[in-house]
Design a protein around this ligand. Structure first.
Ligand code: SF4
Length: 462
C-alpha cells in the first residue's frame, strides 16, 4: 500500500521521473558504495541513461541530477541554492564529491552515456551506474528504473526503494470498488479510509504535521514564482507569466470580474509549473510535470468554498488534510492499477491522474459522498484519456505549463458535475483507469516523453 507521502513528496524541478528519480537512484548507489566501504577506492563513475531518460535527459536536467545524486544529495533535502552550487562545480570544474566526501573527476559529456534507442524490459526510464577503481576494475554496477512520481526501483526488486510499507496486517484497497466498499462498511468517507490506511505508517499528529509541510512547500513555491519574471532556462525562451498575472489580478476587484476564480486557478497552476521548469522546489503531485494542478484546485477550494473561506485556521488546516488524503487515495489507484509515468502511458498518466486526484479532493470538500467523489475522479480522468506527452525540446514547459491550468479547471468542472448528480454513473473509476492503462500501452513511443512526435517535432526550437 502506497502512502500519501509517496504520492506527495518534496523534490526539485523539472521532472519527477527524469530529475528526482535519477537523483535518488544515484544517491542510493553512492550510499551502497559507502556501506560497502568502497567509496575511497573509486576513481571513475559511469552513468548510462536508457530510453526516455536519454532521449529527453538534457531538457529535463537528468544528467546533472544524476551527477549531483552521486554526492548522496537527496532531492527532498537539498536546498535549491546548494543544488545549483554543486551543479556548477561539477559542470564547470569537473569535480564530483562522491558520497559528499571523496573527490573524483567527472564530465557530463564523457562519463554519462546516452542510449536513447535502448529500452530495458522493465521500464523506458532506466539508468545504470558503474563505479571503477584506479585500474579500471569494476567495483559496483547497479541498474535502476525511474517509474514516475520520483519512485525508483532497483533491478531485481519488486518494490520501489524507500517506500514505507505498513508493519501491520492491512486490508488496504487496490481498486475503486474496494475503496467504495470500505467506505460503505466503515461509514467513513474516502479521505477517512485513506487516513485509516495512513495510520499504519504514522501517528495522526505526524500525518497532519507532514501534510501541513507539504502544503507550506506548495504555498512557498507559488509565492516565490510570482516574484520572478524573465525567461525559463533551456533555450525555448518561454517567458514567465505568473508575476505579471499576479500583479494584475491583485489589482482587480473580485466583485466586478466574473472569471476571477478561474484566473486565480490558472495563475497558481502557472506559477507552480514555471517554478518547476526553473528547477525550483516543488511537491510531486503525483509528478513534477503535473505539480500545479493540485495546488491550483486546493487554492480554489480554500478561497471559493464559503464554508472553508470563512473558517478558522484550524478548520482550514483540517480541510487541507482532507483534500490531500482524498486526492492521495485516488493517486494510489492510478499508481497501482495503471501508471503515473508519462514515459509509460503518456501525459494522461501525469496530468490526467493529477486532474482526477484534484477533482476527488475538491468533491470531498464540497461535501460529496464517496460515490460522488469517485464520480468526480472518473469524470476528470475520462476527459484526459489519450493525452500524449510531446514536450518541445524535451523541456517541461510547452505544453506542460498551460496544460496544468487547463487540467485544474477541468478538475473543478468534474467535481461540480459530480456534485450535481447522485453518484450513480455509467463508467466506473476502475474502468477508466483500465482504459487509461490500455490506451497508454497502445500509444506510440513517439508520444511517451521521448520528444520524437507531436508538438516536439512540429514546433521547431528557435
Ligand atoms: S507533456 Fe505531460 S507528461 Fe509530458 S512532460 Fe509535459 S506534463 Fe509531463
Amino acid at each position: 500500500m502506497i502512502s500519501t507521502f509517496d504520492i506527495f513528496s518534496i523534490g526539485l524541478g523539472p521532472s519527477s521521473s527524469h530529475t528526482v528519480g535519477p537523483m535518488r537512484a544515484a544517491a542510493e548507489f553512492a550510499e551502497t558504495l559507502d556501506k560497502q566501504g568502497r567509496t575511497e577506492l573509486v576513481q571513475r563513475v559511469q552513468v548510462d541513461l536508457f530510453g526516455s531518460l536519454a532521449a529527453t535527459g538534457e531538457g529535463h536536467g537528468t544528467l546533472i541530477a544524476a551527477a549531483v545524486g552521486l554526492e548522496n544529495v537527496r532531492p527532498e533535502a537539498v536546498e535549491p541554492d546548494d543544488y545549483t552550487a554543486a551543479s556548477e562545480r561539477i559542470r564547470d570544474h569537473g569535480v564530483l564529491r562522491l558520497s559528499g566526501h571523496h573527490e573524483i573527476p567527472f564530465s557530463l559529456g564523457k562519463d554519462i552515456v546516452l542510449r536513447p534507442l535502448t529500452i530495458l524490459p522493465r521500464h523506458p526510464n532506466a539508468l545504470r551506474l558503474i563505479a571503477y577503481d584506479g585500474s579500471g576494475q569494476e567495483l559496483l554496477s547497479e541498474t535502476f528504473f525511474s517509474i514516475g512520481g520520483g519512485f525508483v526501483v532497483r533491478e531485481g526488486a519488486a518494490e520501489p526503494s524507500g517506500v514505507d510499507r505498513p508493519q501491520t496486517e492491512s486490508q488496504g484497497f487496490s481498486s475503486g470498488a474496494e475503496l467504495l466498499e470500505q467506505c460503505e462498511q466503515t461509514g467513513l468517507n474516502i479521505s477517512g479510509v485513506m487516513l485509516r490506511q495512513e495510520l499504519q505508517f504514522r501517528t495522526e499528529v505526524q500525518i497532519r504535521v507532514g501534510l501541513k509541510r507539504i502544503h507550506d512547500v506548495m504555498t512557498d513555491c507559488v509565492e516565490r514564482s510570482v516574484r520572478e519574471d524573465g525567461h525559463l532556462p533551456g533555450g525555448l525562451k518561454v517567458r514567465r507569466r505568473a508575476k505579471k498575472w499576479f500583479d494584475e489580478l491583485s489589482q482587480e476587484d473580485p466583485e466586478r470580474a466574473p472569471g476571477m476564480a478561474m484566473d486565480w486557478v490558472n495563475l497558481v497552476a502557472l506559477a507552480v509549473n514555471e517554478e518547476n521548469a526553473n528547477g525550483g522546489r516543488v511537491v510531486t503531485a503525483p509528478t513534477n510535470g503535473a505539480a500545479g494542478i493540485i495546488p491550483a484546485v486546493l487554492h480554489y477550494a480554500m478561497t471559493y468554498i464559503p464554508r472553508i473561506a470563512s473558517a478558522t485556521q484550524e478548520e482550514r488546516d483540517r480541510a487541507v488534510v482532507q483534500f490531500f488524503l482524498a486526492a492521495a487515495a485516488i493517486g494510489v489507484l492510478f499508481k497501482e492499477r495503471a501508471s503515473i509515468s508519462g514515459a509509460e502511458v503518456g501525459c494522461q498518466g501525469e496530468v490526467g491522474s493529477a486532474s482526477a486526484m484534484a477533482a476527488a479532493g475538491l468533491a470531498e470538500l464540497l461535501g460529496g459522498t464517496p460515490l460522488q467523489v469517485e464520480n468526480a475522479a472518473e469524470i476528470a480522468m475520462e476527459h484526459n484519456l489519450g493525452l500524449t506527452c510531446d514536450p518541445i525540446g524535451g523541456l517541461v514547459q510547452i505544453p506542460c505549463i498551460e496544460r496544468n491550468a487547463i487540467a485544474a479547471v477541468k478538475a473543478i468542472n468534474a467535481a461540480r458535475m459530480a456534485m450535481r448528480g447522485d453518484g450513480v454513473h455509467h463508467v466506473s473509476l476502475d474502468q477508466v483507469i483500465e482504459t487509461m492503462r490500455q490506451t497508454g500501452a497502445d500509444m506510440s513511443d513517439k508520444y511517451k516523453e521521448t520528444a520524437m512526435g507531436g508538438l516536439a517535432v512540429n514546433v521547431p526550437l528557435c
